[in-house]
Design a protein around this ligand. Structure first.
Ligand SMILES: [Zn+2]
Length: 147
C-alpha cells in the first residue's frame, strides 16, 4: 500500500476516504479543512454512532426481540432484528442513537412499534428496557460531547 497523502483535503473525495482515520485529527487536515471534508467526517461519525447504537442494544437485549422474545444471535442479529428508536431520531437530540432510546425488535414487532399499536406505546417500550423519555433525552444530549 502506498503512503497516505499528507494533505487529504487536496485529494478528490473518493481518494480522501481511503485515509480517513489517520488524517482526521491531523493539524494539516485542520488547516486545510473545507466544508466537504467536514461533512465526510460527520458522515463517518454518524455511521459509527449508528453501528455502536445497534451493537450495545443487541448485547443488552441478548440478541432477542424484547417484545415477543424471538431469539437471534450475534451472527444473525443484523439480518433478523432491528434496533428501533423508541422516540424518532428526527425528534431526539443528535438522532437519539443511545442505549436508553433503542430496543431490539423482530420485523413483526418493529411494525407494531412504528405504528404505536396497543401494547407498543412509548411508555411500554421504555419500560421494557428500564428507560424513559427523560433518560433517553438526557443521554441523547450527551451524544454530541463524544464527537
Ligand atoms: Zn418480536
Amino acid at each position: 500500500m502506498k503512503n497516505p497523502p499528507r494533505n487529504p483535503a487536496a485529494l478528490p473525495a473518493k481518494m480522501r476516504r481511503a485515509f480517513p482515520m489517520r488524517n482526521r485529527n491531523s493539524k494539516r487536515a485542520n488547516e486545510n479543512h473545507n466544508n466537504q471534508y467536514d461533512d465526510e467526517i460527520n458522515d463517518m461519525n454518524k455511521k459509527e454512532t449508528r453501528q455502536n447504537f445497534r451493537n450495545v442494544c443487541f448485547v443488552r437485549d441478548h440478541y432477542s426481540c424484547v417484545m415477543c422474545g424471538y431469539k437471534s444471535n450475534k451472527e444473525n442479529c443484523e439480518n433478523e432484528l432491528d434496533v428501533h428508536h423508541i422516540i424518532s431520531r428526527k425528534i431526539m437530540p443528535n438522532g437519539g442513537y443511545v442505549l436508553e432510546n433503542g430496543i431490539s425488535l423482530c420485523n413483526k414487532s418493529h411494525i407494531k412499534a412504528e405504528d404505536n399499536l396497543d401494547g407498543y406505546t412509548y411508555d411500554i417500550l421504555y419500560n421494557q428496557i428500564k428507560s424513559s423519555k427523560e433518560l433517553a433525552r438526557a443521554a441523547s444530549l450527551k451524544l454530541i460531547e463524544r464527537k
